[in-house]
Design a protein around this ligand. Structure first.
Ligand SMILES: [Zn+2]
Length: 249
C-alpha cells in the first residue's frame, strides 16, 4: 500500500534500487544537455528557489504525518536545461529537471510551483515505480531490476526513462493513468500551497497548457492529458489545498 495515497500499488522494485539507477541516469542526462547556472540565469535561480520551497514543504508534510522516513535517501536537486521542449520531470530520490520550453507556459513562479508540485507528487506517490514494475512484468517476464540491468541494460534504461516520463531513445511515450494524474494533482496542490503558492493558479496554468505547442502536441501533454475532467477535479481539490496555503509576503 502506498503510504501517501493509501492505494495498493504494484511495486516490484525497491526505492533504494531505483534511486541508484536514477542518480546515474540523472548525471548522464545533465552531461548531455545544457544546464543553466542559477548564478547567471534568472530562470534557473527561480527554479532553484521554487524547488527548495516545495521540497521543504514535502518534508514538513511527511513529518507531520509521521512518515518522514519515506523520504530517506532523497537528495533533492533542481536543474534547468535549455530546450525548446515543453517538459519537466522528477526522478526517484528527488532529481528534478525543468526545460526552458515550459517557462512560456508557466509564465509565473506560482504556475512553476504548480507543475513542479505535480511532477514531484508523481515521484513521491511512486507512480514511476508502479510503471517500472508493470514494464518489468510486461517486457521482461517479471525479472528483478538488477538482473534486467545486467542482462538487457539498454532496454532496461529505456524502460526506466519511459516509466518516469522522461522520454527514451526509442521515443516511447506512456501517458500517466487517470488515477495517477488525479493523485499528482491532489498532492501537488497541497505541496505547492504549503510552499506558499496559491493553488487556485492551477486552473489557469492547465488551461494554458492544454493549448500549448502551436498545433503540435508537446510530449508533456501526451503524458499528462489535460482536459475538462482534470479541470473539474482540480477545482474540487482546491478548497482542501487552500487549508494548507499561507501566502508569502
Ligand atoms: Zn502528471
Amino acid at each position: 500500500m502506498n503510504l501517501l495515497t493509501g492505494r495498493n500499488q504494484l511495486s516490484l522494485v525497491s526505492e533504494s534500487e531505483l534511486q541508484l539507477v536514477a542518480s546515474g541516469q540523472y548525471n548522464t542526462f545533465l552531461k548531455e544537455n545544457k544546464v543553466l547556472n542559477p548564478a547567471t540565469s534568472r530562470d534557473a535561480a527561480t527554479v532553484d528557489r521554487v524547488g527548495a520551497r516545495i521540497s521543504n514543504a514535502i518534508t514538513k508534510y511527511y513529518n507531520s504525518k509521521g512518515k518522514g522516513s519515506l523520504l530517506d535517501g532523497y537528495k533533492w536537486e533542481f536543474n534547468t536545461v535549455e530546450s525548446k521542449e515543453i517538459n519537466a520531470w522528477c526522478m526517484p530520490g528527488g532529481k528534478v529537471v525543468i526545460y526552458t520550453g515550459l517557462l512560456p507556459v508557466t509564465q509565473n513562479e506560482t504556475s512553476l510551483a504548480i507543475v513542479m508540485g505535480h511532477e514531484i507528487a508523481h515521484s513521491v506517490a511512486k507512480h514511476g515505480n508502479e510503471r517500472m514494475s508493470q514494464g518489468l512484468i510486461q517486457q521482461m517476464g517479471g525479472t528483478a531490476l538488477s538482473v534486467a540491468l545486467a542482462q538487457k541494460p539498454q532496454q532496461t534504461q529505456d524502460l526506466f526513462m519511459t516509466a518516469f516520463g522522461i522520454g527514451s531513445t526509442v521515443g516511447a511515450i506512456l501517458p500517466w493513468s487517470r488515477q495517477q494524474e488525479t493523485e499528482a494533482d491532489q498532492y501537488g496542490l497541497i505541496f505547492a500551497a504549503m510552499a506558499g503558492y496559491d493553488p487556485r493558479e492551477a486552473i489557469a496554468f492547465w488551461q494554458r497548457m492544454s493549448t500549448a505547442g502551436n498545433g503540435s502536441q508537446p510530449e508533456f501533454l501526451s503524458t499528462h492529458p489535460s482536459d475538462e475532467t482534470r479541470l473539474r477535479k482540480l477545482k474540487q481539490f482546491i478548497p482542501e489545498a487552500l487549508k494548507y496555503y499561507t501566502p508569502r509576503n
